[in-house]
Design a protein around this ligand. Structure first.
Ligand code: PHE
Ligand code: FE
Length: 295
């Protein structure tokens, strides 16, 4: 019997990238650098700096893995694209982040439905430099294997979507982005914080797991955490009874808002975003006290 590889791991083959592919990385990176000042959370910016991911070009995964490994014990594994759920979860549970290698083409700078190396490396990997987030991702992988066994994967997938990919965090300076799907998108990194259209709701595990999402447009709803400890603590309980509990409740559509829910305000229109060092003293934590009631 032939020994087929079932881990989907490939070689990144860094030397095979063309000059044009590195140039696309530079374009994307420089654009996000400008946009993410005052928008990305500090944990992300620290991670980016710690990794030394920069505008130079597509990074070599081995170099990044060595830095990441020293920081939080995570490593990057090159894969050809989306991998099956069980493979994906097993990687996360083993503190391995599967990353695609290819970079989008020039006509896809603004939108791409599948992950590429810019999304995976520039969006996800810096967050894995944060110890609490690193543990959350591993726990998610373990939870994924369990959800698969229990037949509740769609509910757990929503948690990934609304946290790892599209999460917002409340800080003393206002809402910030930690979700990789937003961090790697020029359009959504502005829309998610500044646009009046989407709902920004306080993170609630059951609410999140009941909420549908769209994969082909900007989100209708974002969920806001206070900090990563809160996220980690909220997801620590055994989900088996929670899955059973919500299985009998109705699903919530992506754009719905429930009667008792309050929204965090979008960034006030007309007010200019400034870098943290340009700002005066903090006006206090932006929690539910300063959210506006919207109906
Ligand atoms: N506590 C979850 C469970 O029992 C596992 C999990 C942790 C899932 C963190 C997601 C994130 O299934
Ligand atoms: Fe992703």
């Amino acid at each position: 019997m032939s020994k087929a590889r079932t881990d989907y791991a490939i070689e990144q083959d860094w030397s095979a990238y063309t000059e044009d592919e590195h140039a696309i990385w530079r374009l994307l990176f420089e654009r996000q650098q400008r946009l993410l000042v005052g928008r990305a959370c500090q944990e992300y910016l620290d991670g980016l700096q710690g990794l030394g991911v920069a505008a130079g070009g597509i990074p070599d995964f081995r170099r990044l893995s060595d830095i990441l490994d020293r920081a939080t014990g995570w490593r990057i594994v090159a894969v050809p694209g989306l991998v099956p759920d069980d493979v994906f979860f097993a990687y996360l549970a083993a503190r391995r982040f599967p990353s695609t290698c290819f970079i989008r083409r020039r006509h896809q700078l603004d939108y791409l439905q599948e992950p590429d190396v810019f999304h995976d490396i520039c969006g996800h990997v810096p967050m894995l430099m944060n110890p609490v987030f690193a543990d959350y991702m591993q726990a998610y992988g373990q939870g994924g294997l369990k959800a698969l066994r229990l037949g509740h994967l769609p509910r757990l997938a929503r948690l990934y979507w609304y946290t790892v990919e599209f999460g917002l965090i409340a800080t003393a300076e206002g809402l910030r982005i930690y979700g990789s799907g937003i961090l790697s998108s020029a359009g959504e990194s502005v829309y998610s914080l500044d646009d009046a259209h989407p709902h920004r709701l306080r993170f609630d595990l059951r609410r999140v797991m009941r909420t549908q999402y769209h994969i082909d447009r900007y989100q209708e709803t974002y969920f806001v955490i206070d900090d990563f400890q809160q996220l980690f603590a909220a997801t620590r309980p055994d989900f088996a009874p929670i899955y059973r509990e919500i299985a009998i409740l109705p699903e919530i559509s992506a754009e719905a808002i429930l009667p008792e829910e309050r929204e965090y305000a979008a960034f006030p229109v007309g007010q200019k975003r400034r870098a943290a060092h340009q700002r005066g003293p903090s006006l206090g934590r932006k929690r539910l006290e300063d959210v506006r009631q919207n109906h």
